[in-house]
Design a protein around this ligand. Structure first.
Ligand code: URA
Length: 208
């Protein structure tokens, strides 16, 4: 499909502006803003929760354990990561320090709201055909309200006349599951959700 050129803000300009974001206090302890990444004309946008420890240090989304899980699932779903735009609802790492370890903390609603401007501007610049919200924080950002995952999973929602959205679980949820059987089953469901995303875009091999 012929895509409209990325509008108003370019992703590079947004990233530069977001580097100095002080809209909530999370910037104080984080290493850097971790902005979204991917082609400006991507047809698929994935939204996660917030950068983790590895992402905070690298300055890139989904490069740690959850990113490895996501990469595996994308590949199985026939989606090329290089062709999609990946971002987070909250763009600074929220954590508590326990000795040398930085333990992830869930972002609060005020933090999600303060950061939403960046998601909105990424969305306006990229105009994807489909947004996939991974987990509750991402769903709250994408829909602007608390949106239960299990109740809404697998059901495409129209965001506006050109965009659709889907919700699924966050890949970290799969990493936290206690037994192998549940892990394998939930992983299959996650891949199934990504396959649905590829199907909605019309081709599983060209999701961008
Ligand atoms: N979890 C997220 O939600 N985003 C990342 O970038 C990494 C882990």
């Amino acid at each position: 499909m012929d895509r409209k050129p990325a509008s108003a803000d370019s992703i590079a300009a947004l990233r530069a502006e977001a580097a100095d974001c002080r809209a909530c206090p999370l910037w104080k302890d984080a290493t850097q803003t971790v902005f979204g990444e991917g082609p400006a004309r991507a047809r698929l946008m994935l939204v996660g929760e917030q950068p983790g420890d590895k992402e905070d240090l690298a300055g890139k989304p989904f490069v740690g354990p959850a990113g490895n899980m996501l990469d595996r699932a994308l590949e199985e779903a026939g989606i090329d990561r290089d062709k999609i735009y990946i971002t987070n609802a909250v763009k600074h790492f929220k954590f508590v320090a326990r000795g040398k370890i930085r333990l992830h903390q869930k972002p609060s609603t005020p933090e999600i709201k303060a950061c939403r401007q960046w998601y909105e501007r990424e969305l306006a610049a990229i105009e994807p055909d489909l947004v996939v919200a991974m987990g509750a924080t991402a769903a709250q950002c994408v829909f602007g309200r608390i949106t239960p995952i299990n109740k809404n999973r697998g059901k495409p929602v129209t965001l506006d006349h050109t965009m659709q959205a889907l919700v699924t679980v966050h890949p970290s949820y799969l990493l936290r599951l206690p037994d192998e059987e549940t892990k394998a089953r939930e992983y299959r469901r996650f891949v199934g959700d990504l396959k649905l995303a590829a199907k909605l875009l019309g081709s599983s091999t060209d999701a961008a």
